[in-house]
Design a protein around this ligand. Structure first.
Ligand code: PBG
Length: 318
């Protein structure tokens, strides 16, 4: 029997996600071998991600390995996949989604509302930064990079009062017990695709396509399709202050797709939230309509508002 070579990054989260997919393929009767692929985003953990070219840096090395035939499949956090398709590859399966929300890990079991004004909250994500600032709680939001372990350590050793991370990553790594608040999407909307995985293969590889097809979850695929269309239409990358979440809900005439999105000024001084409901089969059309609504109401101007950090960098440079 042929062995499916699954390319994975070395981080704890990447290997956990890859092993989860490998185990599901094995339970379907396939032989799977994990092949480690190193990416620039893993080697350089100090440069801000935006400067490295966004979370796409995690993806490109895996795509090269696929295109060159060194591996047959790669498992990505879907939210890290650039919205522009790569003609050499295809997303052959989107498995059932983990918790899509963001989560707060704060000192002393505190929630957002309980953190005193001036508390330091670490996040490297402009989307989280903008939405946390927009809550108006007087939190001091500071940049932070590194793997999940490194980020949690900042709270446990007292360098920060709190950090915000993806609930999915914490659950997958068995660290959900450290969460002090699951952030309600009414307050903080997750990144488009957050909590979902993408199983990517070579576009012309029918054998691997057939092997991974049973892993696809149509509801999750509809949700992430709608969310990513919003992101793409706003011409925003993974580092933009854009959140989106779609959910399949039971409506009066069967399943409905409920989609909401937020666009925020990078400093959180203003934000714009809109939502729509439609048919799951028309996920992409729903995403286009919601993006149109946001753009008509000024989304492009909001996103390009300069931030206080931008200003302080310029001042220092002068
Ligand atoms: N940006 C890095 C990244 N990419 C995927 C996840 C978590 C898993 C997921 O969102 O599916 C994380 C960590 C985080 O945002 O806390």
């Amino acid at each position: 029997m042929t062995v499916l070579r699954l390319g994975t990054r070395r981080s704890a989260l990447a290997t956990t996600q890859s092993s989860w997919v490998a185990d599901r393929l094995r339970s379907l009767g396939h032989d799977v071998e994990l092949v480690e692929v190193s990416t620039q985003g893993d080697r350089d953990t100090t440069t801000p991600l935006a400067q490295l070219g966004g979370t796409g840096v995690f993806v490109s090395a895996l795509r090269e390995a696929l295109a060159e035939g060194r591996v047959d499949l790669a498992v990505h956090s879907l939210k890290d996949l650039p919205t522009a398709p790569d003609p050499r590859t295809t997303v052959a399966a989107v498995p059932v989604r983990e918790d899509a929300r963001d989560a707060l890990v704060a000192r002393d079991g505190l929630t957002l509302a309980e953190l005193p004004a001036g508390s330091t909250v670490g996040t490297g994500s402009p989307r989280r930064h903008a939405q946390l600032a927009a809550l108006g709680l007087g939190l001091e939001i500071t940049g932070l990079r590194g793997n999940v372990d490194t980020r949690l350590a900042h709270v446990h050793d007292g360098r920060l009062d709190a950090v915000v991370l993806a609930a999915a990553g914490l659950r997958r790594l068995g660290r959900a017990d450290e969460v002090t608040e699951w952030l309600d999407p009414l307050q903080v909307l997750p990144a488009p695709g957050q909590g979902a995985l993408a199983v990517e293969i070579r576009a012309d590889d029918a054998v691997t396509a057939a092997a991974v097809a049973p892993l696809d979850d149509p509801d999750t695929r509809a949700c992430v399709t709608a969310e990513r269309v919003v992101l793409a239409d706003l011409e925003a990358g993974c580092s933009a202050p854009v959140g989106a979440l779609a959910e399949v809900v039971e409506g009066m005439d069967g399943a409905e797709l409920s989609l909401r999105a937020v666009v925020a000024a990078p400093d959180g001084s203003a934000d714009l939230r809109r939502s729509l409901t439609g048919a799951p089969e028309e996920a992409a059309a729903l995403g286009h309509r919601l993006a149109r609504l946001l753009l008509d109401d000024g989304a492009a101007d909001l996103m390009s508002t300069s931030t206080s950090t931008d200003r302080s960098v310029t001042e220092r440079a002068q």
